[in-house]
Ligand binder design. Structure first.
Ligand SMILES: [Zn+2]
Ligand SMILES: [Zn+2]
Length: 184
């Protein structure tokens, strides 16, 4: 029934390259929120930030963030395939039952409070306004109370460098070197 649906969809799809692609390989399963979470967990286990991975596969960090929250349509099929390949996840294999994520590896090699959480939705980031501009002030003590590698609140890989110029982050919401907000 599901296969019929996919086959009908592909046969009726005006994009011939998708049809060829699907017919030349195993059927690509419809992307579900589970695959989003699976790719998110694989990224975290690989120690990659959303920002670094998004740059590698050619998408916006914000789109990857929404994708990882269970919205598969936020990324193109091409980008999802690149993500899966990069992270060693098969899109044709059955996704494991979604449950508790794998425990984060311990890597306490950072100074306490040295990182910030790049996830704009994370409660460790507090929104405030400066001259009508919305900024997020990372609460590093909340996100990174013991110098861990992952956000203690949401589990995201913590960033330690300015996303724009690569300088080490300092106090406040924007880079003291180039003025870029840490979290957009
Ligand atoms: Zn967080
Ligand atoms: Zn900077």
């Amino acid at each position: 029934m599901f296969i019929n649906y996919v086959t009908n969809y592909v046969d009726n799809c005006p994009l011939a390259f998708i049809k060829n692609k699907v017919h030349n390989t195993q059927p690509v399963k419809a992307l579900s929120p589970e695959i989003c979470f699976q790719l998110r967990d694989a990224r975290r286990q690989a120690g990659l930030s959303q920002q670094v991975l998004a740059a590698e596969v050619g998408c916006k960090q914000s789109a990857l963030s929404m994708f990882e929250q269970g919205r598969p349509t936020k990324l193109s099929t091409e980008v999802v395939e690149k993500l899966a390949k990069r992270l060693g996840i098969s899109l044709t294999a059955a996704a494991p039952a979604s449950g508790s994520p794998a425990p984060a590896p311990a890597a306490p090699n950072y100074a306490p409070g040295s990182g910030f959480c790049p996830n704009p939705q994370c409660p460790s980031n507090r929104a405030y306004q400066v001259a009508g501009r919305a900024l997020y002030s990372p609460d590093r003590a909340a996100a990174d109370p013991v110098g861990g590698r992952f956000c203690a609140v949401c589990g995201e890989v913590l960033e330690r460098l300015c996303p724009n110029c690569g300088a080490w982050v300092h106090a406040g919401a924007v880079c003291s070197h180039c003025g870029q907000p840490y979290i957009a």
